[in-house]
Design a protein around this ligand. Structure first.
Ligand code: ATP
Ligand code: MG
Length: 418
């Protein structure tokens, strides 16, 4: 017996229907916002993530699935989507086309983490990236598209946390202030944060350890250190969210730890029934394209974890409207009827009817039970009698009513019923 690797999941029916539903919803909502799907490889050269995610991050420090291929190149299974999207945008010179470029993606991501509920080694993300514009209308659109997506899945108690982390002009000065503050209060921070002070000081702001949140209470705030341009951009983002009636809470501790992240940072949380689950999060990354290629292209996006979204939907007992039943189950008695049922099954399917039959040569009684178990709306019963008369007994599974219908008309007839 060989088991699946630790931290991976098989997704079985009926769960696959939920997956299809949320994937289909992503296609339909994001298409409505005029975002187009992009598909990039699930592996890339390791360097892309080292540069595109940054060395001083949990992902690059500890979580990457990296291996050497037969040609001796270092390859990494993608831990997130943005770096690949940006790589593709630059490599294919999409910036040469009219802008902005609005993409969405969905697919598996890989991180070597300690598996636990909601944390896997292969998991899935859905995200959007809008490249080629710094327009604060776009920041609001990206947040609105994400909100609309999860609202259409049935999540309604949502809270947007919003911050601006400035730009390369104003942030360095702020980071110096923060470092100074943290150095003066060093003993109050956790050991990870003491390290972060050297590698990625902004990251101490969103440390989840309680002593650090306490230690940060008196710390300088980035929102008070923004340059005029960043302040104006942020003001407009807020105005645009107001225009869309999307309410938000300012969270000055919400950061993205890396230099190429700029301006808007946000997180959307579900707050229903005692929950505080992050559903998606993202922000602007006006400096990232320069990190990966030569062009400077402003951009903004978010990513959403599908497994955690499903956990929240489940915990909140939000049912997704997925239809799994059959239209027709064909019940046959005897070898001849079975052969006729077999060809009728194909005719039904070609006519757009969802149908099935028994493949274990079961008794009529068990075939009836199967029709029930499969949630069939109707069953077609074909026995010697029906064959002789050229009819099918058409049974409404709910009411139990039966009528005989000409076998040549049955496909047309059932089409009008479904
Ligand atoms: P966390 O703080 O939980 O480790 P993160 O900051 O690493 O999350 P991001 O890199 O922002 O997460 O990824 C976006 C989303 O992807 C997360 O909000 C989460 O829903 C999902 N996600 C991240 N890592 C995993 C994982 N190992 N398994 C399942 N989902 C994950
Ligand atoms: Mg993580």
């Amino acid at each position: 017996m060989i088991n699946a690797p630790r931290g991976t999941n098989d997704i079985h029916p009926p769960d696959t229907s939920y997956w299809q539903y949320i994937e289909n919803k992503a296609h339909s909502v994001f298409n409505r916002y005029n975002y187009k799907e992009i598909r990039t490889p699930v592996f890339e050269y390791t360097e892309l993530f080292q540069r595109g995610i940054g060395e001083a991050t949990d992902i690059v420090e500890k979580e990457m699935y990296t291996f050497e291929d037969k040609g001796g190149r270092s390859i990494t299974l993608r831990p997130e989507g943005t770096a690949s999207v940006v790589r593709s945008f630059l490599e294919n010179k999409i910036y040469g086309q009219p802008q902005p470029t609005k993409y969405y993606y969905l697919g598996p991501m890989f991180r070597y983490e300690r598996p636990q509920a909601g944390r896997y080694r292969q998991f899935h993300q859905i995200g959007i990236e809008a490249l080629g514009s710094n327009d604060p209308f776009l920041d609001a659109e990206v947040i609105a598209a994400g909100m609309n997506y999860v609202q259409e899945l049935g999540l309604n108690n949502l809270k947007v946390l919003l911050n601006s982390i400035g730009c390369r002009e104003c942030r360095p000065g702020y980071v110096e202030e923060l470092k100074k503050y943290a150095a003066e209060n060093k003993e109050k921070f956790c050991s990870d944060c003491k390290n972060r002070l050297k590698t990625n000081p902004l990251r101490i702001l969103d440390c989840k350890v309680e002593q650090c949140s306490e230690a940060l209470k008196e710390a300088p705030l980035i929102l008070e250190a923004l340059c005029d341009e960043c302040e104006e951009h942020f003001r407009q983002v807020k105005t645009n969210l107001n225009r869309l009636e999307i309410s938000y809470d300012l969270d000055p501790y919400l950061v993205r730890g890396l230099d190429y992240y700029t301006n808007t940072a946000f997180e959307v949380k579900y707050t229903g029934l005692g929950a505080q689950d992050t559903i998606f999060g993202g922000g602007r990354y006006n400096g990232l394209t320069e990190e990966i290629g030569r062009q400077s292209v402003p951009a903004i996006g978010f990513a959403l974890g599908v497994e955690r979204l499903l956990l929240t939907l489940k915990e909140q007992e939000i049912e997704l409207p997925v239809e799994t039943g059959l239209d027709v189950f064909i019940i046959t008695i005897g070898e001849k009827a079975r052969s006729r049922g077999f060809t009728l099954n194909q005719e039904l399917r070609r006519a757009g009817v969802k149908s099935d039959m028994d493949y274990l040569d079961n008794s009529v009684g068990s075939q009836m039970k199967m029709a029930d178990r499969q949630n069939a709306k109707y069953s077609f019963i074909i026995g010697g009698n029906e064959l002789q008369k050229g009819v099918v007994t058409f049974r409404d599974m709910k009411s139990g009513e039966e009528e005989e219908i000409d076998i040549h008309n049955i496909v047309n007839k059932v089409q009008t019923y479904i």
